[in-house]
Design a protein. Structure first.
Length: 150
């Protein structure tokens, strides 16, 4: 598995409740561009259009060698999940404050582009501050342990 892109902002802004893997319907030039690592998940999210799930605001830069047959960088892309997973997610997203965001894009063992999606709830400002404090304390503890072992 080769990780092509990660969404670090999602880990900071959201509380992750559940993760799952989804395929993505792409054009040929998009696959080649993603293999080069030219994908940004920064402000992307998934939303339902009818009973199908689409990835929105995901920027896949145009592939240089595709010429006039290139793709639109910000077009909506259909996510491929089993029907029962889609129904379950549709029910969960109806709850207040829950959304679906991509955490990382990767190439699996067979060379297919996959997304790790997460069902998330937005963090409050005080929760973000608590996370920062925890990270600082852990960093200080690790530094102290390292210092004592010398």
């Amino acid at each position: 598995m080769k990780v092509v892109a990660t969404n670090k902002n999602a880990l900071r802004e959201y509380e992750i409740l559940e993760t799952f893997e989804a395929g993505i319907a792409l054009a040929g030039s998009e696959v080649k561009s993603i293999r080069e690592g030219r994908i940004s998940l920064k402000e992307s999210y998934a939303d339902f259009n009818g009973d199908e799930l689409y990835l929105l605001n995901c920027n896949v830069s145009p592939y240089n060698a595709a010429n006039i047959f290139n793709h639109e960088p910000l077009r909506p892309r259909k996510l491929l999940l089993h029907r029962r997973e889609l129904k379950r997610l549709a029910g969960k997203v109806q709850e207040k404050g829950l959304t679906i965001v991509p955490l990382k894009a990767y190439l699996n063992d067979r060379g297919l582009v996959k997304l790790e999606l997460a069902l998330v709830r937005g963090k409050k400002i005080y929760e973000k501050r608590e996370d920062i404090k925890k990270r600082d304390v852990e960093r200080e503890i690790r530094a102290e342990i390292k210092k004592r072992l010398r």
